[in-house]
Design a protein around this ligand. Structure first.
Ligand code: PMV
Length: 316
């Protein structure tokens, strides 16, 4: 924080995610297998005369003279504060992962900001401990209010994964459950194409579904079945089988029209270097691919991607 009229609360964090199987189908009630990461976003908050969000170099201040329609970030911030019944706060937030790449950056921001606001709202409250102790349901509701401004019909998978790290099983009805996998997979991620909008991709899929309900419904069913099988293999720690299912999931996403030539090419490069499987991750239309491989093969996949000009990200 730059201005120091109030003590700085400790930084609050939330993680990004990679979807191993199930994106898009998860919007329509199917389940997804997800890795929740530890790094994603950090946020700080302090009480202030008016609510303001500083995101990188941009300031979004809630003042009566500015209609919230002018800025989606401001509308999202306002919605999040409303759910938390927050006092006026000044928030500063930073992303540690790239935005628009399918890694859940916006949800990580939302959860980190909600956590920071909750810590801060304890100050000056009649019952500070109570005000400080939000349930995870309250944080999730605030983050989902933020996400729905950006993404419209978000399934909630990104916010659920921002809340907890690990191997997660998610669907709209039951939320996220952490799977007791015997060991975590070795996952590597590459930025394969330019950033894309999740909202646009989810809307494109919804249009496809209206035009071709049977075909798109069958693709969702197929993706849902692949995710169910992957859950069983992951519980046995058989990431080789999960990888093979991910490659099949990629083909279904391609049929859904959300892959790109660059995403397809990045998957081929990973497979050529010995990965168990590879697919686009997130909404598609650009962004990242994720590959699973034997840990000893990781450097070869990374090297093959770098050699082909892709940026490789550490997923932690
Ligand atoms: O692109 P991301 O990281 O926001 O992932 C979106 C996942 C979708 O299934 C496409 C949308 C959703 O809300 O579940």
């Amino acid at each position: 924080m730059t201005d120091n009229t109030n003590p700085i609360e400790p930084c609050q964090r939330a993680g990004g995610k990679v979807i191993l199987l199930g994106e898009h189908a998860v919007v329509y009630g199917h389940s997804a297998l997800v890795l929740g990461g530890r790094n994603g976003a950090r946020a700080w908050a302090r009480l202030a005369p008016e609510s303001c969000l500083r995101l990188g170099e941009k300031h979004h201040c809630i003042s009566s003279s500015l209609p919230s329609e002018l800025s989606p970030a401001l509308s999202a911030f306002r919605a999040l504060l409303h759910v938390l019944n927050a006092p006026s706060v000044r928030v500063e937030a930073q992303l540690d992962i790239p935005a628009g790449m399918g890694l859940g950056a916006s949800a990580a921001l939302a959860v980190a900001i909600a956590r920071a606001v909750v810590v801060c709202r304890g100050e000056g409250a009649k019952e500070p401990e109570r005000a400080k102790n939000a349930s995870s349901g309250e944080i999730l509701a605030a983050a989902n209010a933020w996400e729905n401004v950006f993404h419209g019909n978000a399934s909630g998978v990104d916010t659920a994964a921002a809340l907890q790290a690990g191997c997660l099983w998610f669907n709209r009805e039951e939320g996220a459950t952490r799977l007791a996998v015997p060991q975590m997979p070795h996952a590597v991620v590459a930025v394969a194409d330019r950033a894309a909008s999740t909202r646009v991709m989810v809307e494109n899929v919804a249009r496809q579904r209206t035009r071709h309900p049977l075909q798109v419904g069958a693709l969702f069913d197929r993706i849902g079945q692949l995710a169910q099988s992957a859950k069983l293999w992951s519980l046995q720690g058989n990431w080789q089988q999960v990888g093979a299912l991910m490659s099949q999931n990629h083909l279904s996403l391609k049929s859904l029209g959300v892959s790109t030539d660059k995403l397809d090419a990045a998957c081929r490069v990973a497979m050529g270097a010995g990965a168990y499987g590879a697919k686009l991750t997130g909404a598609g239309g650009g962004g990242c691919v994720v590959a699973l491989c034997e840990a000893s093969r990781g450097p070869e996949v990374v090297e093959a991607w770098r050699h082909s000009g892709y940026q490789v990200l550490q997923f932690a």
